[in-house]
Design a protein around this ligand. Structure first.
Ligand code: FMN
Length: 360
């Protein structure tokens, strides 16, 4: 099967094209948001993936919007991640860190009463689980140019820390309605300065962050994630500008020679006449580099996407939760376990490191 064949990504040869998607699991349950030994074990179990992309990892305290998610803004966190990357490399795997800022998907409870940051003061109107209980989101503070510059350096510093922690590279989390996506969308970006209005302006912050990261990492150590058809959650909906905006971004990314572009197709129902149904095929026509695709793939549909020439690798999220040895299950035709959603974001080993490998 093509999905089990090796593939070159940046300067790495991946042993297969079965990629583990970034999955927030909320197990960094300590005040410093430091990766734990349990997390190292979880990732080690999944080292058979061609590449693991870590759970979303915040670049600064201001980037936080969930309980118990890890960071990469302190030396203590970097030490914790070292245990993870050592465990994955020891088991023959590769791992990138997904770098994250949630923007408005947060609450003042995470920020000592201060407002979360975003492009504009558009309240995503969603419930947020804060350390003090379940609350409703608020209208965020529109970022000043100083806030934007600070956040760009936070991404750059986190990228440097990621490499020092032993990661093979980083993925910019520019999808799923978080900070960069809030700048891309005309629904959440109402700015009239150089960061709002035209597509060049709405993507300026993202490309500045990418350039800053590129000034300290090689292009082969950088990936980025986009979800062009994201619709109906966290205040972002598809509009006439969405598709042209993502076409513009993907086209411009060609100049960077990145390790990969990671593209999600919708993984929850999208009710919009603006939905295009074949996201990988559409963007394959634009993007020249390694294209990784994600979103509700199984073994056969993943293989079919590769054979159709629409992608170079396939990224699996939920299947990797219940099936730590997913590539081996594909190889041996073993059925997949459906993971228990009740333990996706809970604490402890149950539903985290307790799923056995079917193969050894
Ligand atoms: C429990 C859970 C946590 C997730 N955490 C992240 C995350 O940290 N970063 C991210 O970009 N996407 C995250 N996602 C989205 C997944 O990476 C993936 O895009 C989605 O699950 C669709 O792929 P799948 O159908 O193979 O599961 C998460 C999804 C789930 C179910």
């Amino acid at each position: 099967m093509k999905i089990l064949e090796p593939v070159q990504v940046g300067n790495m040869e991946l042993k297969n094209r079965v990629i583990m998607a970034p999955l927030t699991r909320c197990r960094a349950d300590n005040p410093g948001r430091v990766p734990t030994d349990l997390m190292a074990e979880y990732y080690r179990q999944r080292a058979g993936a061609g590449l693991i992309i870590s759970e979303a990892t915040v670049v600064s305290p201001k980037g936080i919007g969930y309980v118990n998610t890890p960071g990469l803004y302190s030396d203590e966190q970097a030490e914790g991640w070292k245990k993870v990357t050592t465990a994955v490399h020891g088991a023959g795997g590769r791992i990138f860190a997904q770098l994250w800022h949630v923007g408005s998907i947060s609450h003042p409870d995470f920020h000592e009463g201060e407002l979360p940051h975003s492009a504009s003061d558009v309240d995503p109107k969603i419930p947020i689980k804060t350390p003090l209980g379940r609350k409703y989101s608020v209208a965020p503070k529109p970022m000043t140019e100083e806030d934007i510059n600070q956040t760009i350096s936070d991404f750059k510093n986190a990228a440097v820390r990621a490499i020092k922690s032993g990661f093979d590279g980083i993925e910019i989390h520019s999808s799923n309605g978080y900070l960069f996506h809030q700048f891309f969308s005309r629904i959440t970006n109402l700015r009239s300065d150089k960061y709002g209005g035209t597509v060049e302006n709405r993507t300026r912050f993202y490309f500045q962050a990418l350039d800053a990261i590129h000034s300290v990492l090689s292009s082969e150590q950088i990936g980025t994630r986009l979800n062009p058809m994201y619709h109906g959650r966290a205040g972002i909906t598809l509009d006439q500008e969405s598709l042209p905006t993502f076409e513009y971004i993907v086209n411009r990314l060609n100049a960077y020679n990145l390790a990969y572009l990671h593209l999600s197709r919708p993984f929850f129902p999208v009710d919009s006449p603006l939905l295009i149904d074949n996201v990988p095929a559409h963007f394959r026509q634009i993007y020249k580099g390694h294209l990784m695709v994600n979103g509700e793939y199984d073994k056969d549909s993943g293989e079919a996407e590769l054979l159709a020439g629409n992608a170079d690798s396939v990224c699996y999220g939920r299947p990797f939760i219940g099936n730590p040895d997913l590539p081996e299950r594909i190889r041996n035709g073993i059925s997949w376990v459906e993971a228990n959603t009740a333990t996706f974001y809970s604490q402890g080993a149950e539903g985290y490191t307790t799923y056995p490998a079917a193969t050894s």
